[in-house]
Ligand binder design. Structure first.
Ligand code: MG
Ligand code: MG
Length: 295
């Protein structure tokens, strides 16, 4: 999607507080789905858990009915990058699962995605030591991809705290992906056909947020901008295609992909990650950024 030179929606602090409420519903929903995921469940089972969690919070799913999308979350497994439709697919140990979720409260959206490797008992914690993950049956190359994608997302988010122009995010994401690849001796692909976006009174708003270096510097970062930062990284090439269901985006070379996303607000005195329970404090703290408090 390309938004061209459409107007950016700058939020008031009160509007950002509404978005925070939506963001926390998304965080809870992703946590519930992750906690429930295990081999033998279908992706439709995960969708039902998400639907119940969002409903119980008094929120509305952003995705259901969006341009005809038939489910509450996107479930993208292995070579599926994004936009996988929940259905009869049965999850298996060793699957690399990405879950994307959006929710609306009082007209304001939150949007976030996680990836995890599925072990025999459920989602594996990719922050555990490699030895533990191998013992749990994980392919360390998949775990490394999950870690690299998440780290690239946080690098991009942290950049919002100090950069003057938006395209610094793409520079930071690409540099982080390169660094992880060098460290691991692999070459990751950065998906370029899909990008992050502005978010607020609609799920997808201008501006586009690229996950790679671009020639321009992009719009000026200003207080009130809310942005979904969402790198999509593969263990192979960056080319993607769309399946016959008209939604599911897969890698052309069949390589596995990971997707991480958070919605972040740029405020007068700093940034806050709306879809992270702690506002991003833990992961941004490591990068020298302290998120602002909203209340
Ligand atoms: Mg999303
Ligand atoms: Mg998004």
């Amino acid at each position: 999607m390309v938004f061209g030179r459409e107007r950016i929606e700058y939020k008031t602090p009160d509007q950002v507080r509404h978005m925070r409420r939506a963001g926390l519903v998304v965080a809870d929903t992703l946590a519930a789905v992750r906690a429930a995921a295990r081999p033998g469940l279908t992706t439709a089972d995960l969708d039902a858990i998400a639907a119940r969690t969002i409903d119980a919070a008094g929120a509305t799913p952003s995705f259901l009915g969006y341009q005809g999308f038939p489910a509450v979350i996107c479930t993208s497994v292995n070579d599926e990058v994004i936009h996988g439709i929940p259905g009869s697919r049965v999850l298996a140990a060793g699957d690399l699962v990405s879950i994307d979720c959006g929710a609306i409260i009082e007209g304001w959206h939150g949007d976030s995605a996680i990836s995890f490797v599925l072990g025999a008992e459920g989602a594996l914690d990719h922050t555990l030591p490699d030895g533990d993950l191998v013992a749990a049956g994980a392919d360390l190359a998949d775990v490394a991809l999950v870690r690299a994608t998440e780290a690239a997302m946080w690098a991009g988010i942290a950049t919002l705290a100090s950069a003057k122009r938006l395209n610094a995010v793409g520079e930071a994401v690409e540099a982080a992906v390169e660094l992880a690849g060098e460290f691991q001796g692999v070459e990751y692909g950065i998906v370029e056909e899909y990008v992050g976006h502005g978010i607020g009174s609609a799920m997808h708003q201008p501006p586009d947020v690229h996950n790679y270096r671009t020639s321009g510097s992009g719009p000026r970062l200003r207080s009130g901008m809310c942005l979904a930062i969402e790198p999509m990284i593969t263990r192979g090439g960056s080319d993607t295609s769309v399946l016959e269901d008209d939604w599911t985006v897969v890698t052309v070379d069949g390589s596995r992909a990971a997707h991480w996303e958070h919605s972040t607000a740029v405020m007068e005195d700093g940034i806050v990650v709306l879809t992270a329970v702690d506002g991003g404090a833990e992961r941004l703290g490591v990068l020298g950024v302290k998120p602002v408090a909203l209340d």
